[in-house]
Design a protein around this ligand. Sequence first.
Ligand code: ADP
Ligand code: ADP
Length: 229
Amino acid sequence: QGAISFKDVHFAYDPARPILKGISFEVPAGKTVAVVGPSGAGKSTLSRLLYRFYDIQSGTITVDGQDIRTVTQKSLRSVIGMVPQDTVLFNDTVAYNIRYGRTSASDGEVFAAAEVAQIAHFIETLPEGFETKVGERGLKLSGGEKQRVAIARTILKAPPILILDEATSALDTTTEREIQTALDVVSKNRTTLVIAHRLSTVIGADEIIVLKSGEIAERGTHAALLERN
Ligand code: ADP
Ligand code: ADP
């Protein structure tokens, strides 16, 4: 479930300056495709189009064969978990922020035991004050802690599709490694689009797409790309 297809996708914020110039690729259900490339290449724009922050101007993006423009933003986003570079949290408790986005409203605030076990790893590493408000006078979370909250939220939401948009790039090396390990667990068996700035962080991807100036410059497995360069 969750196969993604980009077909000849074009996009420009300013009509005089095309950002994506005919992008086509697929993420088969359950697989991981990484998009790497220099800053400004259009990587984040790609992920934002899939999440429908913006609509494409020509071409098609489909999820499970369905054009994403024909489904509501809400139903599209219910199948996609997005872990951005800098997670912005609601001015509420960590618990609230983790629960936010749960699709089954009937479960309310009650966590199933299995879910608690799944997210315990992240919560353990959060500071005291799980029920204290995150905010100016409340809890101060580091970048790594915020990313753990975003990942825990994504685990609870359990979406078939994941977008990881430079999810670890704002973190120090040690935290990056910890968060990466967590993300590897979450993305296993989910359709995953990873946006990364370095090839070395996406070694395990099923396919890597190198984006340059809004065009696909190269594509292949990590090993194949290394061999060619
Ligand atoms: P990358 O993720 O590869 O660094 P982006 O997709 O963020 O690239 O940006 C591609 C280009 O689009 C850049 O030149 C950037 O300045 C421009 N851009 C990004 N977001 C906007 C926006 N909201 N409005 C106008 N231009 C933007
Ligand atoms: P939806 O609730 O329909 O999925 P939203 O645009 O409200 O769409 O939110 C998309 C995702 O972005 C949410 O799942 C959440 O992770 C995050 N998000 C949005 N707004 C905020 C916010 N103000 N604070 C924290 N996270 C937010």
